[in-house]
Design a protein around this ligand. Structure first.
Ligand SMILES: Cc1cc2nc3c(=O)[nH]c(=O)nc-3n(C[C@H](O)[C@H](O)[C@H](O)COP(=O)(O)OP(=O)(O)OC[C@H]3O[C@@H](n4cnc5c(N)ncnc54)[C@H](O)[C@@H]3O)c2cc1C
Length: 292
């Protein structure tokens, strides 16, 4: 039945659907063919009270170890981009690096700093992604289209509240399906240089050689989470195969078969240590997901 709405896999492994590589499973994984089939799928799931969860590239989540009894929805097929002059309308499943490359190819500027964030447009809008703190994905957004209560709703930027790694889509059931950006004229070579620079900066400072989901904690006001963790001598501390990275202390890396439980236990150890040493409550940047 579910294959009516998109590509379907039963008892699917989610190992490659989360960048930590946690080996969890779902009863069903559906990739809707297009916007219409996504809308129909959501109607079907809600009518039949079937639980579902939406995943982008899984680069900001800690999935649970227990298998999901519902439907994981991936928007991988919703990845169309439409350019008109300075305007770009892009579907939520598009990968950020591809969107940035396509804009640069057309000499359009404004998204370059996001080019090395390994997520989708939908995930980036949900979490207000940014590489530099003062330049976020919302800078060039005009409006975002969501499915809300089974209706397609256009939300103008003015109606979206954002703060550091937060948008008002968090905590709602809205499904982001597309965004419209208004971009500036830019110089292709300079923009390519900017993408290269951010990528090199990442390679030099972040543990690319192991699976991870980016920064674990938000930087507390006036502090660097990585520095606090480093100063607590926690680099190399591990639970099972989940390690505090030696390269960047605000990263937890999976050095083999780390489980969700390992990662969460390590997070607890780090939080307790920093609370004890610095009296600071570290706040998670990654999202712990729970399901039945
Ligand atoms: C090596 C590395 C470096 C990183 N560097 C950065 C960085 O510099 N800056 C930064 O901001 N982040 C960074 N991240 C974190 C991550 O890549 C971003 O947060 C990214 O925007 C998450 O996108 P995603 O598609 O992977 O979302 P997912 O992790 O799949 O999902 C995150 C949340 O968004 C929700 N979601 C996803 N798509 C939609 C949608 N269409 N509609 C509604 N909700 C949706 C999911 O349900 C989930 O709750 C990094 C991650 C890694 C692994």
């Amino acid at each position: 039945m579910l294959n009516k709405y998109g590509g379907l896999e039963e008892n699917a492994s989610l190992e490659t659907y989360n960048t930590y590589g946690i080996k969890t499973q779902t009863k069903y994984l559906v990739k809707p063919y297009d916007l219409e089939s996504l809308k129909e799928l959501l109607l079907y799931l809600d009518d039949n009270k079937i639980p579902y969860y939406l995943l982008g590239k899984g680069s900001n989540v800690i999935l649970p170890d227990n298998p999901f009894s519902g439907v994981i929805i991936s928007l991988a097929n919703l990845n169309k981009m439409e350019f008109h002059d300075h305007t770009l309308k892009v579907e939520a499943g598009a990968i950020l690096s591809k969107v940035v490359s396509a804009a640069i190819k057309r000499n359009l500027q404004g998204l370059e700093t996001l080019g090395s964030i390994p997520g989708t447009i939908g995930g980036a809008l949900y979490g207000n992604a940014s590489f530099y703190k003062d330049i976020t994905i919302y800078d060039k957004v005009k409006e975002v289209e969501v499915i809300r209560n089974h209706e397609l709703v256009t939300v103008p930027k003015e109606d979206i509240r954002i703060s550091h790694r937060h948008s008002s889509f968090k905590g709602t059931k809205d499904i982001i399906v597309s965004a419209t950006f208004v971009l500036d004229d830019g110089d292709k070579e300079l923009m390519e240089e900017e993408v290269k620079k951010t990528r090199e900066k990442r390679m030099a400072t972040q543990p690319y050689e192991y699976k991870n989901a980016g920064s674990v904690f938000k930087n507390p006001e006036n502090f660097s989470a990585g520095k606090l963790i480093d100063e607590a001598h926690l680099k190399g501390c591990h639970v099972g195969d989940a390690y505090v990275s030696e390269k960047h202390a605000n990263f937890i890396v999976n050095k083999g078969c780390a489980t969700s439980k390992d990662i969460k236990e390590l997070i607890k150890i780090i939080k307790e240590k920093i609370k004890e040493k610095d009296n600071i409550e570290l706040e998670l940047e990654q999202q712990i997901i729970e399901w039945e």
